[in-house]
Structure formats: structure tokens, C-alpha cells
Ligand binder design. Structure first.
Ligand SMILES: Cc1ncc(C[n+]2csc(CCOP(=O)(O)OP(=O)(O)O)c2C)c(N)n1
Length: 373
């Protein structure tokens, strides 16, 4: 279905969410119509925040809001759905539009398999009447779904549409910022600068895929890298604990601005950890590049000052290849926790691959690297 028709039938006039590649036509259309932050649309730092923003909209207007998310974000909505919106609490109606990655029977990356399998039951267990929006759902069928949902919403309940891959269509928008360095270039410079024995933890999305491919190109093994293929926003916490348990290793955490914002409290805990052997590299393209490039607030805030305020002992910022190499060299010897912000363009190679092989084997290889030290 064309996204314009979908939105016309849905009829909500407030949308909050976190972008998703499968919901890209919806995200792009909302951005084109309403911008990233306003009275009709708000891109949020995480899906739980989006749920709370939707609740605020309902409280102020009495109208039913919609929240959009990839099913990976269901975990983030559990708390505000169960303890704020639920009918036994405040009874706040809301429509959840959930991109269905890892739908059983549809080929997808391993981190989506289990999440895809349990999405329907998780939404159901959260008390939401859940409808599947298929690739061939018609306008008449969507209207019927919404008629059925209206009773639930009027009763202060929430409903969900679990949206199949390819079910929404629309014009793709491409996003740009004023920066020029590619994220892949920045990651390559890091690998060329860091001593070979250093360990890397990389965030969800294309940063991990690029790290994997650069290792292939450099004919290096993958056993010094841990890729957070899922669990967006948690790379720095995982890296922090490796740094603490393995003080003889230097850990580089390659993070994204969207991911860091998603659980920004992690920076306060890492920054005050006193760990000397960790460098938190924030690739800041001001966008959710991996799912289409929709904006974050990453270019509207000062991460360096936030990091300094959170206790990081050294803070660097770069946007050029030359600066990047010298900042990375300094980070190798500075007492940590070190924070290195790297301003990057929005973009990636169209032929970027995905890590091959078993994730369990990758985990075992990584653990042996840590245990050998
Ligand atoms: C909890 C959760 N919400 C949403 C997603 C979908 N998702 C995967 S990568 C990504 C964007 C990450 O943005 P950023 O950290 O800025 O990195 P970039 O892609 O720009 O390199 C999103 C939204 C996810 N994997 N998990």
C-alpha cells in the first residue's frame, strides 16, 4: 500500500518513533511532511521515549497517537506500555506501528530471527490487540482493522499493526549533512592506528558491517572484534565491562550517535568508571544512517561537553582524515576513559556486505582472544 493512503486511513495526527529500514517509506513521508521534531511528528531517542511522548500527546489533546518502531525496539516500549499506558494504570490509547524484521519464513539477519518469532506474542502479552499488515492488505481491509481497533482504543487500550516487509511503499528520500569523511574511512583509520592486539566492540548497524569488511580487506582475522549486531545503544556498556575485567587490553568502542543517544546514561557510568584502557569512539553523522539516514539530534548537541561532564578524562573531536589519525594516536596513550567524536557524512557503500559465519563461533573466537591476554 502507498504510505500516503496508509496514513490517510490511519488518521492519526501525531507520530513518534525511532526510524526503521522496513518502515522507511513511513519515516521518510513523516519527515517530509512534518520535519523531525514538531507538533505532528517527533523522532525520539528510543522507543520507550516515543511511547511516553505519545502519552503526553494524548493527555494534552485527547486524540489517539501513533508510535512507530522496528520490532527490535519492543523491549524499550515494555515499561511505558505496561506501567503507564495500560488500562489498569492510566488507560492511554495508542496505535503501535511495528516493522516486522525476522518474520518466520523470511530470510533476515540472525539478530532478527528470535525477535521476529516472538514479536506477535510479545505485543499480545502487552495487552495489545495485534493485527498483521500484509503486503497485500487492501485499503478496505485496513479500514476494517481500524474499525475493530476503535473499540479497543475507546476502552483505553493499545493496539499494534505488525507490518510485513515491503507492505508500505513511497518515495525514498536521501539525507545529507555538511561533513565529508565516510564512516568506513574513519573505522579504517582506527584499525590502521591501533596496535594489532587491541580489541574492538562495534555498535549495531553498518558500523559493525564495515568493521567486518575492513578486516577482510586487510586480510585480518575477526577475533579481536565483537559486533553488537542487535542491542542498539548498549555497545559502550558491554565494552566498559570488558575493559574492567581485562585491564591489560585496550578496548575501542565504535558507537553511533543514534545508538549513544538511545541509552545516553551509559556515558555517565562509563565516564566515571575510572577505566584507563577504553576509548569510546562516537561516529557522529547526525543520522540513523543504517536504516535510511533519518536525522538524530546528534548534530544539534555538543557530545564533547557531555562527555567531559560525564567524567571522561580526555575528549577529542575530529572531522578530517588527518585529524582523525592524530586523535586516534593520542587516544592510544591517553589515560581513559577517552572520548573521541568523529563527525562523518551520511552514507555507505551500496555493496556493503554482512558478516558471514556463525555468531556463536565469532563469540567463542573473541572470548579466546580475551582469555589469551
Ligand atoms: C532498539 C532498536 N531500535 C531500532 C533499531 C533499528 N536500527 C538499527 S541501526 C539504527 C540506526 C543507528 O544509528 P546510529 O547509531 O547513529 O548509527 P549509523 O547507522 O548512523 O551509523 C536503527 C534505528 C534497532 N536495531 N534496535
Amino acid at each position: 500500500m502507498q504510505v500516503d493512503d496508509f496514513l490517510a486511513i490511519l488518521g492519526s495526527d501525531f507520530y513518534a518513533g525511532v526510524p526503521d529500514s522496513q518502515l522507511r517509506p513511513l519515516c521518510d513521508t513523516l519527515l517530509a511532511r512534518y520535519g523531525a521534531a514538531g507538533a505532528h511528528h517527533q523522532i525520539c531517542a528510543n522507543e520507550g521515549n516515543a511511547t511516553a511522548a505519545a502519552a503526553g500527546y494524548y493527555l494534552s489533546t485527547g486524540r489517539v497517537p501513533a508510535v512507530y518502531l522496528q520490532n527490535s525496539g519492543i523491549g524499550n516500549i515494555v515499561n511505558p506500555v505496561a506501567s503507564l499506558m495500560n488500562r489498569r494504570v492510566y488507560g492511554i490509547p495508542c496505535i503501535f506501528l511495528v516493522g516486522w524484521r525476522g518474520e518466520p519464513g523470511v530470510k533476515d539477519a540472525p539478530q532478527h530471527a528470535f525477535q521476529g518469532e516472538v514479536s506477535y506474542s510479545l505485543l499480545h502479552d502487552l495487552g495489545m490487540r495485534t493485527y498483521i499488515f500484509y503486503r497485500d492488505t487492501t485499503a478496505a481491509e485496513l479500514k476494517e482493522i481500524l474499525q475493530d481497533a476503535a473499540g479497543e482504543l475507546a476502552d483505553g487500550k493499545q493496539v499494534a499493526l505488525l507490518i510485513q516487509k515491503g507492505a508500505l511503499q513511497g518515495e525514498k528520500v536521501s539525507y545529507h549533512n555538511g561533513d565529508t569523511m565516510q564512516r568506513e574511512t574513519a573505522i579504517r583509520i582506527l584499525l590502521q592506528t591501533a596496535p594489532a592486539e587491541d580489541v574492538f566492540v562495534a555498535t549495531t548497524g553498518k558500523a559493525s558491517r564495515e568493521l567486518y569488511e575492513i578486516r577482510e580487506q586487510m586480510q585480518q582475522r575477526h577475533d579481536h572484534d565483537f559486533l553488537l549486531v542487535g542491542s542498539m545503544g548498549h555497545a559502550s556498556s558491554l565494552a566498559m565491562e570488558i575493559a574492567r575485567q581485562r585491564p591489560e587490553c585496550h578496548i575501542w568502542c565504535i558507537d553511533g550517535d543514534g545508538a549513544a543517544l538511545m541509552h545516553m546514561g551509559a556515558m555517565a557510568v562509563l565516564g566515571t568508571s575510572g577505566l584507563g584502557n577504553i576509548t569510546h569512539v562516537l561516529i557522529n553523522n547526525g543520522a540513523h544512517e543504517s536504516v535510511g539516514g533519518q536525522p538524530t539530534v546528534g548534530h544539534l548537541i555538543d557530545f564533547g561537553r557531555i562527555a567531559a561532564g560525564c567524567g571522561y578524562r580526555a575528549v577529542y573531536k575530529t572531522s578530517t582524515e588527518t585529524d582523525m589519525a592524530s586523535a586516534a594516536r593520542e587516544a592510544c596513550t591517553a589515560a581513559g576513559p577517552v572520548f573521541l567524536e568523529v563527525r562523518c557524512a551520511i552514507g555507505s557503500r551500496p555493496d556493503l556486505g554482512r558478516p558471514g559465519g556463525s555468531l556463536i563461533e565469532a563469540r567463542q573466537a573473541f572470548m579466546s582472544t580475551l582469555q589469551k591476554r
